[in-house]
Design a protein around this ligand. Structure first.
Ligand code: ATP
Ligand code: MG
Length: 113
C-alpha cells in the first residue's frame, strides 16, 4: 500500500489541544483502510485555512454503503467511526465521511482555530 502524507501545516500552527485528537483520527481511519478497504493507496492531508485546520484520510478502496454514524448501528459494526466523530465534535470540530464503491472512502475532520 502506498501512503502519501501531504502536510501543509507547520507544527507550531497546530493547537496543542488538538494534536492527540488528530493523531487518533488518523490512526483509526488508517486502521480501517488496512482492515476493510482493500485499497492500494492512502492519502493523508493536513491543511490550514484562515480559520480552520483540516485533516483528511482518503483511500481508493471498495467503500461501504451503510454509514454507521449512530450509536445504534455501532453494535453491528464497530466503534471506530463513532469514536472518531465523538472525539472531533467534543473539541468543537466537525466530522464527515464520504464513501462509494467508485471512489473509496474519505474521512475528514475540521476544527476552527
Ligand atoms: N475505509 C473503509 N473502507 C471500507 N469500509 C470501511 C472503511 N472504514 C470503515 N468501513 C466499514 O465501516 C464499518 C465500521 O467501521 P468502524 O471503524 O466503526 O468499525 P470496525 O473497524 O469494524 O471496528 P473497530 O473500529 O471498533 O475495531 C467497518 O466494519 C467497515 O465495514
Ligand atoms: Mg475501525
Amino acid at each position: 500500500m502506498v501512503v502519501i502524507f501531504d502536510c501543509r501545516v507547520r507544527e507550531d500552527e497546530v493547537p496543542d489541544g488538538l494534536k492527540a485528537d488528530m493523531y487518533r483520527v488518523a490512526q483509526e481511519a488508517m486502521n480501517n483502510v488496512v482492515k476493510h478497504a482493500v485499497a492500494t493507496e492512502i492519502r493523508v492531508t493536513l491543511q490550514r485555512n484562515a480559520n480552520d485546520i483540516l485533516l483528511t484520510i482518503q483511500d481508493n478502496g471498495i467503500g461501504f454503503e451503510q454509514l454507521p454514524l449512530s450509536a445504534d448501528d455501532a453494535s453491528f459494526s464497530g466503534l471506530g467511526l463513532i469514536g472518531m466523530q465523538e472525539r472531533v465534535e467534543s473539541n468543537g470540530g466537525s466530522f464527515s465521511l464520504q464513501s462509494s464503491q467508485r471512489s473509496g472512502t474519505l474521512v475528514s475532520a475540521t476544527w476552527r482555530i
